[in-house]
Design a protein around this ligand. Structure first.
Ligand code: PEP
Ligand code: MN
Length: 340
C-alpha cells in the first residue's frame, strides 16, 4: 500500500503516525505535491489501524497496489501528476509533442554550433548530442567526453535550447550536473540501477531508454528506481527492441506507447533513429510516433550524415528534418496537439 501524506508534514509527525499504527515501511518519497509512504508488501492492517489511517490529519489518500512498480503506476497520478519542467519550460505534456533533436555525437565545435543554430531556427527546444558514447564496438568513436559536454552546453545556451546527453558512468554524473539539462540513460544501461539512482539524485529530468530486450514491467521497474530517489521527472523512451528481424537495426515496438501510457503516468517518447537504423525509415516512424499518441521523439540530425562519426546511416539531414517537422505539425494539429 502507498499512503499519501501532506507535503508540509514534518519528520516528527510522520514518525508519530508510523509508531501509532506500528507501520513497517519500505520507503518515504518526497514529491512535488506530497510524500509517499510505501508500506512493506507483507504489511496487513486490522480495523483499528485502518481507522487511524483514514482519520489521520496528515493522510491525503491511500493506494492499494498489486504491481511491483508503485510510484510510476498510473494510479499514483490521482494525487500528484508530476509535470516535467526544465528551466520554466514544461516538456512532454499531454498535448505537446516534444522534439529532442541533434547529432548522434558532438563531433566538433563547428558541427554542434551549426546544428544548434539550425534546430533552434526550426523551433526545436531540446538539443541532443552524445558526449560519452556507448558504442557496441570498442573501436567505434567513443565521444569527446567532457570537452563535448562543454560544447553542447555552450551551443544550447547560445541558441536558447535545453540540452540532453547520455551519461554512462556514475563517475560522470557530477559533470552532467553542471552542463546538461536532461540526463539520458541509454538502452544498454536500463538495468544499471546504481547509475539510474545516481542520475536521479541530481534532480535533473531523466530520459530513460528501454533496454532492447526489456519487458514493459522491467522498464517500469527501472523507472521506479529513479522515482524512489525522489525524482519524478522521468521520460520513458521506446527506442526499438531486438526481434528475429535482422533487416532493421531494431524493431520499433509502437504498441509500447499506449501500453506504457496505460500502465504509468510517465510520458513516453519514441526514437525513430535507433529503432530503424536507416534514415529513409525515420520520417515514417516519426509520423507513427505522433499518430500513436507519443509525448515526443528523440531524433538524430546531422548536417552531413555521410561524414558522421557515429550513426550516420540513421541520421537525417537538415532538409529531411524540416520536412518531417512540417508533416508532424499537420498530424499533430488534426489530433489537437502541437509540436514543441
Ligand atoms: C543515443 O541516443 O545516442 C543512443 C546511444 O541510444 P540507445 O541507448 O537507444 O542506443
Ligand atoms: Mn546514435
Amino acid at each position: 500500500m502507498i499512503i499519501v501524506i501532506k507535503k508540509t508534514t514534518g519528520k516528527n509527525a510522520i514518525t508519530n503516525f508510523v509508531n501509532s499504527i506500528g507501520l513497517e515501511y519500505q520507503a518515504l518519497v518526497k514529491c512535488d505535491r506530497c510524500i509517499y509512504l510505501i508500506t512493506k508488501h507483507s504489511q496487513k492492517f486490522d480495523d483499528a489501524q485502518t481507522k487511524i489511517i483514514k482519520n489521520s490529519e496528515i493522510v491525503i489518500d491511500t493506494f492499494e497496489t498489486t504491481n511491483e512498480y508503485q510510484l510510476v503506476d498510473r494510479k499514483t497520478s490521482r494525487i500528484c501528476a508530476p509535470k516535467i519542467v526544465v528551466k520554466n519550460h514544461e516538456i512532454c505534456s499531454a498535448n505537446k509533442f516534444c522534439i529532442f533533436a541533434g547529432p548522434c555525437s558532438v563531433e566538433s565545435p563547428e558541427l554542434i554550433f551549426d546544428i544548434a543554430k539550425k534546430m533552434s531556427a526550426l523551433g526545436v527546444k531540446i538539443l541532443r548530442g552524445g558526449t560519452f558514447k556507448s558504442r557496441t564496438s570498442p573501436y567505434g568513436f567513443q565521444g569527446l567526453g567532457l570537452h563535448a559536454l562543454k560544447l553542447l552546453h555552450q551551443a544550447a545556451i547560445e541558441n536558447n535550447l535545453l540540452s540532453i546527453t547520455e551519461i554512462l558512468d556514475t563517475r560522470d554524473v557530477e559533470k552532467a550536473l553542471d552542463y546538461v539539462d536532461i540526463i539520458q540513460i541509454g538502452t544498454r544501461n536500463m538495468y544499471n540501477y546504481p547509475l539510474i539512482r545516481e542520475a536521479a539524485k541530481t534532480g535533473k529530468p531523466l530520459l530513460l531508454k528501454r533496454g532492447f530486450s526489456a519487458t514493459y514491467k522491467e522498464f517500469l521497474l527501472a523507472a521506479e528506481y529513479a522515482y524512489l530517489e525522489g525524482n519524478s521527472n522521468i521520460i520513458l523512451c521506446e527506442r526499438g527492441i531486438k526481434t528475429f528481424e535482422p533487416y532493421t537495426r531494431n524493431t520499433l515496438d509502437i504498441t509500447a506507447v499506449p501500453v506504457l501510457q496505460h500502465l504509468s503516468h510517465l510520458p513516453v517518447i519514441i526514437d525513430p533513429s535507433h529503432s530503424s537504423g536507416f534514415s529513409y525509415l525515420v520520417p515514417a516512424l516519426a509520423r507513427a510516433a505522433v499518430a500513436v499518441g507519443a509525448n515526443g521523439m528523440i531524433i538524430e540530425v546531422h548536417t552531413n550524415p555521410s561524414k558522421a562519426l557515429s550513426d550516420g546511416e540513421q541520421s537525417v539531414n537538415i532538409e529531411t528534418f524540416e520536412k518531417i517537422i512540417k508533416t508532424l505539425s499537420k498530424i499533430a494539429k488534426s489530433l489537437d496537439m502541437e509540436i514543441a
